[in-house]
Write a protein that binds this ligand. Structure first.
Ligand SMILES: C[S@@+](CC[C@H](N)C(=O)[O-])C[C@H]1O[C@@H](n2cnc3c(N)ncnc32)[C@H](O)[C@@H]1O
Length: 315
């Protein structure tokens, strides 16, 4: 772990530097930010602010209106363990137990991947396509639902009335279920435990099959941030030696569960769009294959539609 910066006060917990000095919001923000940055945390100051705001029951920006507010004993007692956890590179979202994702606030813990901005791009594409159909009551299959971020956003924002969401992890599904209840969307979603299509009957077909699958190549593990590698569930991250194992399974199985003209939408790793496009085209089951870039220009979303001529088990 890199120790960066100068003047960083090392130590497990903040304590008054001198007897006549008390901790104020501003001093604590500065000290804690430097402390976290000294532990290798990017944007340590921002994370310190989030944690302090949480302890004080404030919005983060309200801290800026209360720089001189003293932070007293019980508040410091609540703040210290949170700061220690972040210094050990536990993700901020796990410490807070929640994350904002599009229009939803979702519970997250170590059983689920923290939803990412790339997944919002996947949803932008899917929602634009689904709204363009001009019909309500669409049905979707979300493979590897994790916290439920995709499934619940489809119900909240799109013309979807029903989403079937599968995950191999029962623990992840428990979090997703709680999120569906907390967001008032539980009626529209059906969570099923099992590997990708296993909990889906052959005759079930959907307007959309969507997935943000595990797609990191195993060899890339050492290069991941400690927050990801050491804290997020490996089952949510790794897709076999080349990262494409889950995507191969999904591409091979989605056709049978898509209505003619239905969309298969996948989030992929930044070097995977070429192989995934080739995979889709090689099946002869998909048409209109296209790729969408993220804000940094990397190709992160692959979209396709089921060719109308493909045979199906749909009823
Ligand atoms: C990258 S995470 C995506 C989570 C969530 N959909 C999101 O976008 O934030 C992948 C998810 O797939 C699940 N998963 C991994 N292998 C699976 C499998 N064989 N069948 C079903 N789900 C699987 C993991 O448990 C994890 O929740």
């Amino acid at each position: 772990m890199t120790e960066r910066g100068t003047g960083v006060v090392q130590g497990p917990s903040p304590a008054p530097v001198e007897d006549d000095e008390t901790w104020t919001v501003l001093r604590l923000m500065r000290w804690s930010g430097e402390y976290l940055e000294g532990k290798g945390v990017e944007r340590g100051r921002l994370d310190a602010e989030h944690l302090l705001a949480d302890v004080l029951g404030l919005e983060r920006l309200q801290l800026y209106l209360q720089f001189d507010r003293p932070v007293v004993g019980p508040e410091l007692d609540r703040f210290r363990p949170l700061l220690k956890r972040r210094a050990k590179r536990e993700p901020l979202q796990y410490i807070l137990g929640r994350v904002g994702f599009r229009e939803l606030e979702l519970e997250v813990d170590r059983d689920v991947l923290i939803p990412r901005p790339e997944t919002e791009i996947l949803l932008d594409e899917v929602l634009a396509w689904s709204r363009g159909l001009g019909v309500e009551g669409l049905e979707a299959l979300d493979l590897g639902t994790g916290s439920g971020a995709i499934a619940l956003s489809l119900l909240r924002e799109g013309p979807f009335s029903r989403v079937v969401a599968t995950d191999l992890s029962e623990a992840a599904l428990a979090v997703a279920r709680r999120n569906s209840e907390a967001t008032g969307l539980s009626e529209g979603v059906e969570f099923r435990a099992g590997s990708f299509f296993d909990p889906v009957a052959d005759h079930e077909s959907f307007d959309l099959v969507v997935s943000n699958p595990p797609y990191v190549a195993e060899a890339e593990a050492p290069a991941l941030q400690p927050e990801v590698r050491d804290w997020e569930p490996s089952q949510a991250l790794f897709g076999g030696p080349d990262g494409l194992a889950a995507i191969r399974t999904i591409v091979a199985g989605a056709g049978v569960h898509l209505k003619p003209g239905g969309m298969l939408a996948l989030e992929v790793g930044s070097s995977q769009s070429g192989p995934v496009v080739a995979l889709l085209e090689s099946t002869g089951e998909y048409t209109d294959v296209r790729v969408r870039r993220d804000l940094t220009g990397r190709e992160r979303v692959v979209l396709s539609r089921r060719a109308p001529t493909t045979s199906t088990h749909s009823t």
